[in-house]
Design a protein around this ligand. Sequence first.
Ligand SMILES: [Zn+2]
Ligand SMILES: [Zn+2]
Ligand SMILES: [Zn+2]
Length: 372
Amino acid sequence: MDHSSPTIIFSIFYWLFAFCFIVGPADFKGAGLTVENLLSSWLGSEEIDFVNFHIKRTSATLIVHCLFPIGYYVGMTLVPDSGVSFGDMFSTSLELGWHVYSSISLVILLGALTVVFYWQINSWSYHPIATNLSLYKSEDNTSDSAWRVQASEVNNEFRRIDKYATSFVGWTRVIVTENWIIVTSLYGVKLTPQDKATISVLQTEEHAVSPESNAMVQYVHLRIKPTIQRTLKPYFARVISVEFKDLKESLRTRVYTLPDLSILQSTDELFLKAFREQLNQNDRYTSSDPLDQCIGCMQRDAEVKLTKNCGSTGPHECKSCNCKPMWCAECMGRWYASRQDRHRIETWLSGSATCPMCRAKFCMLDISLLDT
Ligand SMILES: [Zn+2]
Ligand SMILES: [Zn+2]
Ligand SMILES: [Zn+2]
């Protein structure tokens, strides 16, 4: 293999593109570079025919993604000096490494094509979405296409405006219709009637900054277990915590949650948690004065002092505040949050506020917990 630079440049760009296309960062999705956008006329409308749309989408996604390995080989034959030519794919004159690579790539592609060919037999009756739906067909209808009854029920319910759909977390989204709970992901869709599922919260996961929104976010991990057969495996989904309440309310079945799990259901709750964490990292302030009660809530002792620690300079720099400690951490956090732009959560942690008494400007780094 000749490692001349066009080969390397092509390789880097090709695999970077493939990675972005498959993993799909927000920018790529925004630019319309997804299977859904590229094949939209063939896929039809999700709103009108939800089940067919996803049967085609998952099949197309599998094939398109399995085209990438062989696409690299084909692309390489066009790169000058790569030493690879299209006609050599099956000839023994090809270097052993490329020979193995092109063979494996072909097997992957043929495997995907075979799987999709099998799925589409009998008008897609063997697709996993169809076999999933046929679990719930009525007992007196034993025909292969009995799943279409459930499919049209799902389609009808999805068309209604009272369905609830969470935002995408990666490629996953949870949809609740009148009778069904549905999880869509990159290669598959899981559907279960709500009264035949046990839904529980497994755990929560916090990120101060999420790659999608650059904002504070907590994910709630859901486990959905179909109950009609013991052998059916549960499936999982993540939703952002501020959508959890709406999701729970749109479900007719109960969501089991461990009592000690704290789900942060509003932006303020999320912020206060991040605020507390920041305070624990900040420098402490030593004071020997007796503590007053917090003048915000009148319930806790004053806990924080505003002192300039951040090193900002210039006309907009933070100022030292000479007020004595008067606020508990939570009240200070709520005050700080109330001074932020409600629509730009991503700016909150790096924002600033003014002291409620003397109007001195401070930022998150300037809030010290008291050491007494
Ligand atoms: Zn307070
Ligand atoms: Zn002050
Ligand atoms: Zn500051």
